[in-house]
Every structure is written in structure tokens, then in C-alpha cells.
Design a protein around this ligand. Structure first.
Ligand SMILES: CNc1nc2c(CCNCc3ccccc3)c3nc(N)[nH]c(=O)c3cc2[nH]1
Length: 374
């Protein structure tokens, strides 16, 4: 039977698309940027700030939450939305990627990924079935299949092995997901590294199995931007045009612009909050490092024309002072400014695609970044 489709395409402009994805906890406007919560929180931000900035959906972290406070406990407390107070749509990753990047002593077999918890060293086994069970217990609106992501550069043989394993895990993930109530979604994840024919095989295999949406994984793992964009061009056309496409772990504002131009609908990245905590601000003029001494006496705000109060009403001198003195408020303000910038950029793309002016929008936006911080 065909998998229900909760995605509605509203307009296209070249390969760029704008649409809406309906989930049990609300509607997601695409192209969408999904801020990444870590252990059930958006570091340095209140949920109301995330919502006010324009985010429709956030990421929850399966790996962290299953270790602490535990998926069964969150389910007993009413699920992730109730537990955290974020009452909108949530997407959770399957946890495999975080295991490979966060934990020691891990091993990948046909059955599962086994690893030692980075919290208490306990041995944990994460199979496709357990990952789906955890994501169901968390109550996430969009779950991800369990997969194996290979860092680049890598041997073709290893990329092929991981891609084939991920396809077998895709089928197991879907079987484990069958009992989910209507409206909840499961996305497959395309692997295949930087090898076009492996990308094609992975995408075709996933479409054969059938998912609510399709993620492009195995990118933003050390490859040059040109390789990432080439793999999107190889993969997107093989995926169903009427289903959402999610590029995992991406990226800078420029990455978002170029990937939307190639047909991507959803993104997640830690950069807005992580860079914010390190004193970096994303603006219309590109990135500005507020740690830099040149801001010490600058009374100007980051952007006098910004619709976002923190970017329009706070001086660079004050932000510089907060960052230099390690005041928590510095990290909070910059995280807020960056999340708002990303959401403002996505709204601009959605409007431009709907108006058929995406190419012009891209040109103007890049020109702003090129102006640099005057
Ligand atoms: C940064 N570059 C990058 N990230 C990737 C991720 C994780 C996406 N972010 C999820 C997240 C959730 C909670 C907290 C933090 C992050 C991937 N996830 C999966 N499952 N598969 C991938 O191939 C894959 C590839 C990636 N590349």
C-alpha cells in the first residue's frame, strides 16, 4: 500500500520548492530550518524565543535523551512536547550518527550499533528496532531510520558497505514503525558518500521501500561544499518530487541557499546556537566575530534594519563586552540573533519561490554577504 503523503507543494521556481508539511503537532512551512535542541533544550534560548523567531519545528536528540532521562521516563511524562514545553512539531534523529560522533568503544554489526554511554559508561545496544521504539516513546512527529554515515573521504568499498547496511536497516526501521498512529512520519536516509552511482542505488532502494519523506545523509561530514552540492544534484532528481527532502546537518546560510536552489526542503544544523555561544553573529553582511577588538567602541547595532530587536537595538560594543567577559547573556543574545537570522532567511526564500523571484533573491542575498561588515 502506498505511504500517506502529508506534504503539499505550494509553488516551485526552477528546482526550488515551497510547501507545507502537516504533522500531528502542527504545520511546517518549507523550505524549513530546524533548530537543534540537544538534551531536550535549545541551549541558551527559551522555547518562546525559538517560536517567535519563526521556527515551526525543532530537533530532539534521541541519543542523549535515551541515555538521560530515558525514553520510557519521557513517555511516562507525556512525551517530548509535554516534557519540554515545546508544543509544536519535533523531528528526532535515529541516534546512530550521534553514537559515531560522541561515544567511545562503539561497534557496528548487522544487528545494531553497540557503544558505551558517554554519561556513565554503561554498554548500550541501539538496533533499528530499538531506535524506532525510542523515537515513538519520545513522541516525535518525524522519525528517522537507523543508518550508518561514513565520514569523507572514504574508500568506495566502505561507502558501499555502509550504504547497503543502511538500506537493510531502512527496511527494518519501516517494519518497526508500522504500528505508529496515522500522521506520524518516518523518513528514509540516502547514503552513498561521494559516489554518484551509490547515491542513485540508495535513493532507488529507499523509494522502493516507501517512506513519508527522504533525507540526504552522509554529507556535511568533511567534504568540500562543491562535492556536497554535486551529491544533492545526483540524488534529489531520483527522489519523489511530491515528498519532502531533508538535508541532514546543513549548514551555513550559503549552504541553505544553494541547497534550496537544488530542491531541498528541510535542514538542521547546530551552527546558529553553537557559533552564537562562541561569539559569532550571522547577519545580512555575513558572519561577524564579536570577540574581535574592532567592536569595542562601536555603538552601532549588528543591523539597523533588522526586524529582530536583539539585532537592531543592541550595540556591537555591548555584545563585544559580554562575549569577552564570558557573560551568559552574550551567548543567549547571539543564539537568539542567529536563530532569528536563519528563520528570516528561510522566510525570504519561501516568499521568493512563491513569487517566482528566487534567482533574484539569491543574487541579492549573496551580494549582501559579499559587502562584508561595513
Ligand atoms: C553536521 N553534519 C551532519 N550531521 C549529520 C547527521 C545528524 C543531523 N543532526 C541531527 C542532530 C540531532 C540532535 C542533536 C544534534 C544533531 C546525520 N544523521 C543521520 N542519521 N545520518 C546522516 O547521514 C547524518 C549526516 C550528517 N552530517
Amino acid at each position: 500500500m502506498t505511504v500517506p503523503n502529508h506534504f503539499e507543494l505550494l509553488a516551485t521556481d526552477g528546482a526550488a520548492r515551497t510547501g507545507k508539511l502537516t504533522t500531528p503537532h502542527g504545520v511546517v512551512r518549507t523550505p524549513a530550518f530546524m533548530p537543534v535542541g540537544t538534551a531536550g533544550a535549545m541551549k541558551g534560548l527559551h522555547w518562546r524565543e525559538v517560536r517567535d523567531a519563526g521556527a515551526d519545528i525543532v530537533l530532539g536528540n534521541t541519543y542523549h535523551l535515551m541515555l538521560r532521562p530515558g525514553a520510557e521516563r519521557i513517555a511516562a511524562l507525556g512525551g517530548l512536547q509535554k516534557f519540554t514545553g515545546w508544543n509544536g512539531p519535533m523531528l528526532t534523529d535515529s541516534g546512530g550518527f550521534q553514537v559515531m560522533s560522541l561515544s567511545e568503544l562503539r561497534k557496528v554489526t548487522e544487528q545494531a550499533v553497540t557503544f558505551r554511554s558517554h554519561i556513565d559508561g554503561a554498554k548500550v545496544e541501539l538496533s533499528p528496532e530499538r531506535s524506532i521504539e525510542v523515537q515513538r516513546l519520545l513522541g516525535s512527529d518525524i522519525a528517522m531510520q537507523m543508518d550508518e554515515c561514513v565520514r569523507l573521504p572514504a574508500e568506495r568499498a566502505d561507502i558501499e558497505r555502509a550504504m547497503q547496511l543502511s538500506l537493510r536497516w531502512a527496511a527494518r526501521s519501516k517494519r518497526a514503525f508500522e504500528s505508529a498512529p496515522d500522521g506520524y512520519m518516518l523518513f528514509g536516509i540516502v547514503q552513498g558518500g561521494d559516489v554518484p552511482e551509490l547515491r542513485h542505488a540508495s535513493a532507488r532502494g529507499l523509494v522502493e521501500i516507501g517512506f513519508h519523506g527522504y533525507a540526504i545523509g552522509g554529507l556535511a561530514v568533511g567534504e568540500p561544499q562543491a562535492v556536497m552540492l554535486a551529491m544533492i544534484e545526483e540524488t534529489a532528481p531520483v527522489l519523489p518530487a511530491d515528498r519532502p527532502r531533508y538535508l541532514m546537518g546543513v549548514g551555513t546560510p550559503e549552504d541553505l541557499l544553494e541547497a534550496v536552489a537544488r530542491g531541498i526542503d528541510m535542514f538542521d544544523c547546530v551552527m546558529p546556537t553553537r557559533n552564537g555561544r562562541h561569539g559569532m553573529a550571522f547577519t545580512r553582511f555575513g558572519q561577524i566575530n564579536l570577540r574581535n577588538a574592532r567592536h569595542a567602541d562601536d555603538p552601532r547595532p549588528l543591523d539597523e534594519e533588522s526586524a529582530w530587536p536583539s539585532a537592531r537595538d543592541i550595540s556591537r560594543a555591548y555584545l563585544h563586552h559580554l562575549v569577552r567577559s564570558g557573560e551568559t547573556l552574550g551567548a543567549m543574545l547571539l543564539s537568539d540573533i542567529n536563530i532569528a537570522y536563519y528563520q528570516h532567511l528561510m522566510q525570504g526564500m519561501r516568499d521568493a519561490i512563491a513569487a517566482g523571484t528566487f534567482e533574484e533573491f539569491k543574487k541579492q542575498t549573496r551580494a549582501g554577504w559579499a559587502r562584508g561588515d561595513i
